[in-house]
Design a binder for this molecule. Structure first.
Ligand code: KDG
Length: 309
């Protein structure tokens, strides 16, 4: 097996205002690379596992620098494609004195041209785990088909998979999201969603009943997150809660991906599901306590967080 994780989706250049807490008044910006799926790939890499990330990037400077940033984290990017469309971006304020406001520059982006035929069987069978999200489904119809194809092939090839509902209301309506995401929330090892995401996709936010429904649909570990509030889980019908470590949350963006990455890494290291979820929760809290999607991602080896983190 060449990799521990294969994942794909859109990574974005995120421009964060640095001089004021509003894009309406800012003149200076810091640029970082982020994106739900690549965040998970980096989370596993930091924990000593091997991740492969696929995307389509533009033939532009943002594409060049983002591929370099991702590779610098030890994530394999050897299969990415460069296409004649622009690389996607997001503009935001830091959220220090005001709530985080995001603006996407991604409609018609290079990554939105991802299609099912990009995802070769060997990308899946060369990995122990495949991770996908609802964001790739939201960016284009061909992206949604690529996710459906990947989850189907992972099942056929006997590779464990995860799906994060990751609703992005700026990209599509609740109705469209429910129609596309509901049939995909099936037969994965690990299903992740926030309270309002389950409400849209499953029609209820009652944790016990929706997580049980997810287990009944073949999602062995189903989790409902709720920011820094206790996360609810159901593992093969066993319901419970985990209280996340208390931290001074300065930037919640990316903490959900850190949770997902920390959990997948724990499972791949051989932890039992509950310990893996606890590791994920620790990783998510650490990312929320620092600024940026990757800054607080803990380091470790063999998929296990080092004690000093
Ligand atoms: O989960 C963190 C992501 O929201 C962020 O990195 C940007 O991928 C992103 C998105 O689509 O919002």
């Amino acid at each position: 097996m060449k990799f521990d994780l294969f994942t794909f989706g859109e990574s974005l250049s995120v421009f964060i205002s640095t001089d004021t807490d509003s894009v309406l008044t800012a003149h200076n910006y810091e640029r970082v690379t982020a994106g739900a799926e690549v965040n998970v790939a980096v989370a596993l890499s930091r924990l000593g596992l091997k991740s492969q990330f696929f995307s389509r990037f533009g033939q532009d400077q943002l594409g060049d620098v983002m591929i370099k940033d991702i590779a610098a984290e030890g994530v394999d990017v050897s299969t990415v494609k460069r296409v004649p469309f622009f690389t996607g971006a997001m503009v935001r304020n830091p959220g220090k004195d005001a709530p985080v406001e995001t603006t996407y520059l991604r409609k018609g982006s290079a990554a939105s041209t991802i299609e099912a035929s990009d995802i070769k069987d060997e990308f899946i069978s060369d990995s122990r785990w495949v991770h996908t999200t609802g964001i790739t489904c939201a960016i284009s119809e061909s992206g949604a088909k690529a996710v459906a194809h990947t989850l189907e092939r992972a099942k056929a090839l006997g590779v464990m998979s995860s799906f994060d509902l990751n609703l992005r209301r700026k990209l599509w309506s609740d109705e469209a999201a429910a129609k596309t995401l509901n049939p995909l929330a099936n037969n994965v090892e690990f299903l992740i969603g926030g309270e309002s995401e389950y409400e849209v996709v499953f029609g209820s936010k009652d944790a016990k009943s929706v997580l049980k429904e997810a287990n009944d649909r073949g999602c062995k570990i189903a989790v409902m997150t709720n920011g820094d509030q206790p996360l609810r889980y159901s593992i093969n019908g066993e319901f419970g809660e985990i209280i996340p470590p208390k931290v001074n949350a300065v930037d919640p963006v990316g903490s959900g991906d850190a949770f997902t990455g920390g959990t997948i890494a724990g499972l791949l290291s051989g932890m039992d599901p509950l310990d893996a979820l606890r590791q994920g929760s620790r990783s998510g809290a650490r990312v929320a306590s620092m600024f940026g999607d990757w800054t607080g991602l803990p380091t470790g080896s063999g998929g296990v967080i080092n004690e000093h983190n």
